[in-house]
Design a protein around this ligand. Structure first.
Ligand code: SF4
Length: 283
């Protein structure tokens, strides 16, 4: 798959709140924290959700303590559940479908996340047999998005995630190994495996971390200012409040918009082309 095709798939996973019935503001169970000031049970609309499904405090979310809302990204699952799975019927006008709709939303969200990862893996220069397996998985996942609500609810997503994880790890290992071979000065491959390690609050400022495997790592509030993070695998890493000011993330792998939204950065941070610079990084 070329980069343009991967980009088109990513664009199809862009949230369009105008076509969604406020599902992230209604379906999810949210516990009060520094990211969201109130408890909101699953299936209950947030007090700030208006009758037209827009947010009453959209421009003041961070100031009013709703930081989490500026981080969240449904990857377009909301509009697909609203317009495709439920054919444009909203839970407000049809309360009988509400429960099912709210249960389907997080399932669709996970499917969209897996599609985004597969599209990214296919944009890399990887062996043909691996690319074939990923293409097969992409088709299966895209077909899942067209299922009806009952079939979506009966899916075993753990099984899909399990097989996908293996393929994504293989793709990441291949790309990192190639990067190390091509980039002079990058240390040996094994020294860079930090998967699932706790790096919370670590001081890593200015370090050369190219091709590190930060898969599933806890990097909360780590100081990564001015670090070189090219070809780093960030899949599933917790990047809340990591300081990426001045860092080079231009070719970081499996980095999501939600991870970046949850981190800190500035105008000097270099991001992959498919990631938008968060508004709060500039202001
Ligand atoms: S504060 Fe606004 S964006 Fe956040 S959940 Fe409530 S309505 Fe949605």
């Amino acid at each position: 798959m070329d980069n343009d095709t991967a980009q088109k798939i990513r664009e199809s996973l862009t949230a369009d709140c105008t076509k969604c019935f406020g599902l992230c503001c209604t379906a999810l169970n949210i516990v009060a924290s520094s990211d969201f000031p109130i408890n909101k049970p699953a299936g209950t609309p947030c007090m700030n959700l208006q009758s037209n499904y827009s947010c009453q405090i959209h421009s003041q979310l961070r100031d009013k303590g709703f930081k989490g809302c500026t981080v969240f990204d449904c990857l377009g699952a909301g509009q697909v559940v609203s317009q495709v799975t439920f054919n444009g019927q909203s839970w407000r006008e049809h309360p009988d479908i509400g429960k099912k709709m709210f249960q389907v939303f997080p399932i669709m969200e996970q499917i969209h996340e897996m599609i985004a990862y597969v599209a990214e893996a296919l944009s890399y220069d990887i062996p043909d047999d691996l690319a074939d397996k990923l293409r097969k998985q992409l088709k299966e996942l895209q077909d899942l998005t067209k299922l009806d609500a009952d079939n979506l609810l009966s899916l075993d997503l753990v099984m899909y995630r399990f097989s996908l994880n293996e393929l994504l790890t293989s793709a990441s290992d291949f790309v990192r190994k190639n990067t190390i071979d091509k980039m002079p000065g990058v240390r040996k491959f094994k020294e860079f495996d930090h998967a699932r390690v706790n790096w919370m609050g670590k001081k890593l400022e200015g370090k050369d971390l190219r091709a590190t495997d930060f898969r599933g790592a806890y990097l909360i509030a780590a100081d990564m200012r001015n670090t070189d993070l090219r070809a780093v695998n960030f899949i599933g890493a917790d990047l809340r409040d990591v300081n990426f000011s001045g860092a080079d993330l231009s070719t970081s792998m499996f980095l999501t918009q939600m991870q970046v939204n949850s981190a800190k950065g500035d105008v000097k941070t270099t991001l992959p082309s498919y990631i938008h610079r968060p508004f709060h990084w500039i202001n």
